[in-house]
Design a protein around this ligand. Structure first.
Ligand SMILES: NC(=O)c1ccc[n+]([C@@H]2O[C@H](COP(=O)([O-])OP(=O)(O)OC[C@H]3O[C@@H](n4cnc5c(N)ncnc54)[C@H](OP(=O)(O)O)[C@@H]3O)[C@@H](O)[C@H]2O)c1
Length: 333
């Protein structure tokens, strides 16, 4: 098992500057854990961008192997839940952040952090989904649990729609029969978003315009917000009676201003989504839903694949909102 050295991207920090290099390590360097995995693919998420750039104080200990997601095949297991040869997925639990992550050809984690690869998905498709897609599914589930259904009037707004979470949310909602209003700051992504299933496109700037008063006309039957910042208060003011907004991201900022009036006068809900600590039972439901409710042809169209060595060079682009859809990292490429 794993006698050969493995390859990894290792981050080092000196005087506040984080640098990366590709290197080889022996199994003795692997962290504690009961399952050792031969990694097939990882992925690039917004948080990977922050970690690769040493931002957000997410990583406290260096040297560090980044990569918040991975999938692969079990090499060795001290857990009765997994046997050598099982195909598994890991997202969240601060892997790649507080623990060494998936930008490596081998890793070791706790069995409780893994889920089996769902039937109907390949390993590569599971990482085209990754944390971004898993989170999009959690957001859809939360909205449904609070009354969203395709028969509701109005459109479901997805902000930051051309990014990873936004692209997968758009594809799932469109497939489920919702009328999706995809908000983007990139005009060149309009045809792409329509192809994923958006019924209409909303310019990002439009959502940044505050309504004249604390309430706006009812417009959205539900919202998946990947952006936060100034636009969040504005879109809450236009949420329909009893509608919900799943707060997923902060690509546009962490602070927002709102009034309590839409909560008191329209019964709206603001639902926090935390993919990192999502309990295992809910993870299994979400992955099963992803294997059924995300059209794989759309997933394919939104996904690019790059070799491990190119991952650090993409960090700046994802933080600037320049990466479209999803990026799979081929750790063996
Ligand atoms: N809560 C959770 O568990 C969880 C899980 C995963 C991700 N997230 C968060 O969700 C967000 C999206 O993640 P991701 O992986 O999908 O990232 P991503 O691929 O970079 O997508 C973010 C999108 O936000 C938009 N955007 C970027 N900068 C912006 C700005 N300054 N103002 C307004 N919009 C901006 C862009 O969309 P357009 O070009 O279409 O405008 C961009 O594509 C991030 O904040 C991430 O940290 C949270």
């Amino acid at each position: 098992m794993g006698a050969e050295p493995f390859t990894a991207i290792v981050l080092e920090e000196k005087d506040g500057t984080v640098t990366s290099k590709i290197t080889t390590l022996d199994d003795g360097a692997l962290p504690d854990g009961d399952v050792t995995v031969q990694v097939a693919y990882s992925t690039l998420n917004f948080k990977d961008g922050l970690i690769l750039k040493g931002l957000g104080r997410l990583v406290r200990n260096y040297p560090h192997i980044p990569g918040i997601d991975f999938c692969g095949t079990v090499l060795a297991s001290a857990s009765p839940d997994y046997q050598p040869g099982d195909q598994v997925i890991c997202t969240g639990w601060r892997v790649g952040e507080a623990r060494w992550g998936g930008y490596a050809t081998r890793t070791r984690v706790e069995a409780g952090w893994l889920v089996p690869l769902p039937k109907g998905l390949t390993l590569e498709q599971s990482m085209a989904i990754g944390t971004a897609g898993f989170t999009a599914m959690l957001a859809v589930m939360a909205l449904e649990e609070h009354g969203l259904a395709p028969v509701n009037e109005g459109e479901v707004l997805v902000t930051g729609a051309a990014g990873g979470v936004g692209s997968i949310a758009t594809a799932i909602l469109g497939h489920l029969g919702y009328r999706v209003a995809a908000s983007t700051g990139r005009t060149e992504t309009h045809a792409y978003l329509k192809d994923l299933g958006a019924a209409s496109i909303i310019g990002r700037a439009e959502l940044e315009q505050a309504p004249k008063g604390p309430m706006a006309s009812e417009r959205w039957s539900g919202i998946i917000d990947n952006v936060g910042g100034a636009a969040l208060g504005n879109i809450l003011a236009a949420l329909a009676y009893w509608g919900s907004c799943a707060a997923v991201g902060n690509a546009g900022g962490i602070k927002f201003t709102a009034t309590v009036l839409p909560f008191l006068l329209r019964g709206i809900n603001l639902l926090g989504i935390d993919s990192n600590t999502c309990p295992k039972a809910r993870r299994l439901v979400a992955w099963d839903r992803l294997s059924r409710d995300l059209p794989l042809d759309k997933l394919d169209k939104m996904t690019s694949k790059v070799p491990l060595a190119e991952a650090p060079g993409m960090a700046g682009a994802i933080l600037k909102g320049q990466v479209r859809g999803r990026t799979v990292i081929d750790v063996n490429g």
